[in-house]
Design a protein around this ligand. Structure first.
Ligand SMILES: C[S@@+](CC[C@H](N)C(=O)[O-])C[C@H]1O[C@@H](n2cnc3c(N)ncnc32)[C@H](O)[C@@H]1O
Length: 221
């Protein structure tokens, strides 16, 4: 047995115990998808100024623990070119979302099987792999604005046996293949782009991170 073999089960147990993972079908997906296989060799932790340093790689216990712990991991800084001194990063620009947030958002999609889904913000591809596991590769499209990240995700998804449609684009622009029954936006957004609404099938559902809509004005912050 390798250090990772029981990782997905450990993560699922942890999320069930915390009350975050309640849907048996999504639980089965979490148990089936190896999160470590989607993480890059470099992850970043908060430190002194400049704020992000790359501390450990896959050959270390810290990386192995982080792969199946319930916290977000910063997986890219400064759009891939560290701006700080000593190779340190100034701004986090991509991450593997916190697993409890990932499963809460997936469960909020309220799928029963057979739906098509559009994910905005592929990043590592882990969330996309969970969608593929639950809905099937052909039902899943994922959009990532950073071409290098999209290529890494494509390779990792393929190595894990998933072949969804991956698009390099700004997620605020419509993509081919719509309308979609479900849209899952895992990017930070200050407002809801029109394309997220126009690409939704009738009776479809959009799940995104918190956006405050001001009633009557359509504006948000
Ligand atoms: C928080 S990460 C997504 C987490 C991911 N879904 C996972 O599996 O953990 C956000 C990603 O959205 C991407 N992104 C940011 N703005 C975007 C945009 N306008 N369109 C598409 N992707 C975008 C970033 O490059 C980053 O990789």
């Amino acid at each position: 047995m390798t250090d990772f073999d029981d990782g997905p089960d450990r993560l699922a147990d942890l999320l069930v115990e915390a009350g975050a993972l309640t849907d048996p079908a999504w639980e089965a997906a979490v148990r089936a998808v190896p999160r470590h296989a989607f993480l890059p060799e470099t992850v970043w932790v908060r430190d002194d100024d400049p704020p992000w340093r790359s501390p450990y790689g896959p050959d270390t216990p810290e990386w192995r623990d982080a792969a199946y712990a319930d916290y977000a991991l910063v997986t890219q800084v400064d759009d891939g070119e560290s701006l700080g001194s000593d190779g340190r990063g100034m701004y986090p620009t991509s991450s593997a979302s916190q697993p409890s947030l990932v499963v809460r958002m997936l469960q909020a999609l309220n799928v029963t099987g057979g739906e098509t889904a559009l994910e905005i913000g592929t990043a590592t591809g882990y969330n996309c792999a969970l969608l593929c596991r639950r809905l099937g590769d052909k039902a899943v499209t994922s959009v990532e604005v950073d071409a290098a990240l999209a290529q890494q995700a494509r390779e990792k998804l393929s190595a894990a046996g998933y072949e969804p449609r991956l698009v390099v684009s700004d997620g605020a622009v419509p993509v081919e293949g719509g309308p979609f029954d479900r849209i899952l936006a895992t990017v930070a957004a200050k407002s809801i782009p029109a394309a997220w609404i126009t690409q939704l099938a009738p009776d479809g559902m959009l799940v995104t991170l918190g956006v405050a809509i001001t009633p009557g004005t359509g504006s948000s912050d």
